[in-house]
Design a protein around this ligand. Structure first.
Ligand code: NAD
Length: 324
């Protein structure tokens, strides 16, 4: 399969820059969204063509929201499964790629794979995109990728990776160091790849970190955000401690952050954006047996901090949300 015609599903805060990036890389990009406004915006701002169905594409990139309609802090993957169902019914090209870029709980990609019955390949390549620092932390920063099967991962790497797999058929051993390391990573996961590399010229040129199981890719994303949640909750607790003990929080924070391995964040307005609370909840709910006690406590701290702020009658300010 040569990748040329790409459909981006979900053209919101993340999907629009993702679609624009794919277009910049020379692919023919179409967009689909439940909101006509989002489709119009993508056409106007990014020249993204509107899609009317899911029929005729080489790759599908899913960037839709994964929270409940009535509660932005609660995970919901019904939309992702329903998109998978539409792709399964309509897609004409066997072997096309479905990449889930939305943040999803562990096990979601397998469900998508079952719906598609492996007629199409499934990878998960979660985003680390950050609106406020799009230049440094945009679409093409280093990302983790997992595939449901080895062949899914191979197709995903071919589509995404900066130095995807170069020509190994001419035996000239002329790989750059970075390419060699990509091949090494892939070969660790799928040893047969070492001898099977073929030439693929066009890719998204994003540096990718392949992992051996798709659950690792799913878990990586939600743990990254849970980790950020913890860091902010600690700052909130420290702030409350300072209030109770008549200590200047900014001065304490400045003093602490002079140490090389300490980085206390600012607590600001509480842990916001839809990603951190939702993804932390996804992580908390991801295990049947072990529930993170430290994250459960952190959610309580955030609640206390918000109550304290409300009691001070602080007007909400629009500012950076420490999001990730
Ligand atoms: N925004 C970020 O900074 C960021 C960063 C990393 C990961 N993510 C993840 O990316 C995903 C998308 O986030 P976002 O910020 O772009 O959300 P968003 O709300 O800005 O956009 C989501 C878009 O998906 C559309 N949509 C929802 N359900 C749909 C469906 N069933 N069919 C078609 N379209 C549908 C909505 O109309 C909306 O335009 C989420 O899983 C989020 O956690 C977001």
């Amino acid at each position: 399969m040569q990748f040329q015609k790409i459909l981006v599903v979900g053209l919101g805060q993340l999907g629009l820059p993702a679609a624009k990036y794919v277009k910049e890389k020379g692919f023919e990009v179409f967009g689909f969204d439940a909101s006509l406004e989002a489709v119009d915006r993508a056409e106007r701002l990014g020249g993204i063509k509107r899609a009317h169905d899911f029929r005729d594409y080489d790759a599908y990139i899913i960037c839709i929201s994964t929270h409940a309609h009535d509660d932005m802090f609660s995970p919901n993957i019904e939309g992702v499964l329903s998109i998978a169902d539409s792709i399964s019914k309509e897609a004409k090209r066997d072997g096309a790629l479905v990449s889930i870029e939305s943040t999803v709980p562990k096990g979601t990609s397998e469900k998508v794979f079952e719906i598609l019955r492996h007629r199409l390949h499934v990878v998960h390549a979660p985003h680390r995109w950050y609106a406020l620092e799009e230049k440094e932390h945009g679409v093409n920063q280093l990302r983790v990728i997992g595939g449901v099967c080895d062949c899914c991962l191979r197709e995903g790497m071919r589509f995404y990776d900066r130095q995807s797999v170069e020509d190994n058929n001419n035996n000239n051993n002329s790989y750059s160091n970075n390419t060699t390391s990509t091949i090494h990573k892939m070969a660790t996961i799928e040893p047969s790849l070492n001898t099977k590399m073929v030439t693929y010229r066009k890719s998204l040129e994003i540096p990718m970190h392949p992992v051996s199981r798709i659950e690792i890719a799913e878990t990586t994303k939600i743990v990254e955000n849970a980790h950020r949640y913890l860091q902010i909750a600690f700052a909130e607790e420290l702030y409350l401690y300072c209030q109770a003990n008549n200590i200047s929080f900014p001065e304490l924070r400045d003093a602490l952050n002079t140490k090389w391995n300490v980085n206390i964040l600012e607590p600001r307005e509480g842990i916001g954006g839809h990603c951190l609370p939702k993804d932390t909840k996804m992580f908390l709910e991801s295990s049947n047996s072990i529930r993170s006690r430290i994250l459960t406590a952190a959610r309580g701290v955030d609640q206390n901090y918000r109550t304290f702020r409300a009691s001070l009658n602080h007007r909400p300010r629009v500012e950076e949300s420490n999001n990730g």
